[in-house]
Design a binder for this molecule. Sequence first.
Ligand code: ATP
Length: 462
Amino acid sequence: MAENLMDKIVSLCKRRGFIFQGSEIYGGLANTWDYGPYGVELKNNIKRAWWKANVQERNDILGMDCAILMHPGVWEASGHVENFFDEVMECNKCKKRFKVEQVQQKYPSITTGGGVGKWKCLECDGELGLPRKFNLMFKSSKGSLEDTSSLVYLRPETAQGMFVNFLNILDTKHPKLPFGLAQIGKAFRNEITTGNFTFRTCEFEQMEIEYFVRPQDADKKLAEWIEARFNWYLDLGIKSQNLRKRQHGKDELAHYAHACTDIEYNFPFGTSTSLECHGESSRTVGWAELEGIANRSDFDLKQHAQYSGKDLQYFDDLKKEKFYPYIIEPSGGVDRAVLAFLIDAYHEEKVKEETRVVLKLNKDLAPTKVAILPLLRNRPEIAELAKKISQDLKKSFTAIYDDTGSIGKLYRRQDEVGTFYCVTVDVQTLEDKQVTVRDRDTMLQERIGIDRVKDYLVEKLI
Ligand code: ATP
């Protein structure tokens, strides 16, 4: 049933224009995805909701948009050059690479070493080579010379851009602790095991906050952020039974992190990926990370101070002392959030022996708020009036006009993409200047004057 739900989501995404396979007409490029017209609206709405809650509605967080390409020294300081790798084993026949953790599930003795030929490939009859370290950062070269001096990496996280701008922010905005920086942007990781639709890809977007605090306040602020971020998903409609917090065990923590809690969603697929990553057999299959909230200690600022030679300490005017703040980092994935919201909103019900599919997305997230539909498309005056109404509403809402099917078909189509209201123009409208407004979730219909439609929608949607 759960796997079946995932198939339905993938098929709906393609059929209705949420998400397409990347480079499809060339046979596709594995695990790349393109967001179509509805997908980009949903994704933008999620990013907008995040930005509003975490930047615009707060006094203590400033927004940023940093470069994807950064000085290679950044990745030395951050530890990514040395530590950001997977251990992989490559098949000598099909050349496919597997994470050691994956192979371990079949051959538990793998870490104790041994020669080539001991382990059969997981997908063909070839043999796996010895484990090798494989850095997850994408490399490229900048400029006309392709040598080590031109080496650049595509950032594997947005966080570092904010750490390296700490001084600029202190100098320009003079914020007092605690304060944060926030950024939404692309990140790239050369993942070995991709899959599960958009859950794990090589190119994805992150929404990250770096919140600078006094070391003694770190535990309290971490707890506050875990609550705030958990509630953000609930407020936008994720069902509470599908969301949970999971505190990392000591063995899971990055060496610099003092604590970390993941917000997990119960995805309808076996998340062997999370089992692999954390090596836990006790976890319920399906629960996987949407967002991690970590206490990163003062590691990042100290590292960048050491590698850049700049003083990145904070000066406390009152106490007249300098120190490195601790950083609390809520770090979430936009694409995983899109996927979780889509799955959570998917709803089927029987209506007159037929299955009605509805995406019950929250009003702030629904890609289209209102669709204006002519009941009879072969009556030009009806179509003209419907187009005019849609043109007027477009100034205030994401509104569309659609006349490409019978009214039943048009309603079904709008339900499937989560459109909140349908406004239907019929023959009667030409006389009484009233339209029918249909509610997505209840399917109840109301007759209201054309001149009242905008206020009606404002009241319901804003
Ligand atoms: P995972 O354990 O799933 O690999 P992670 O712990 O490496 O994730 P972080 O480095 O904490 O992830 O990144 C923060 C967020 O970025 C994750 O919670 C996730 O939502 C998103 N993210 C990370 N890697 C990917 C990916 N390859 N594809 C899509 N989203 C990702």
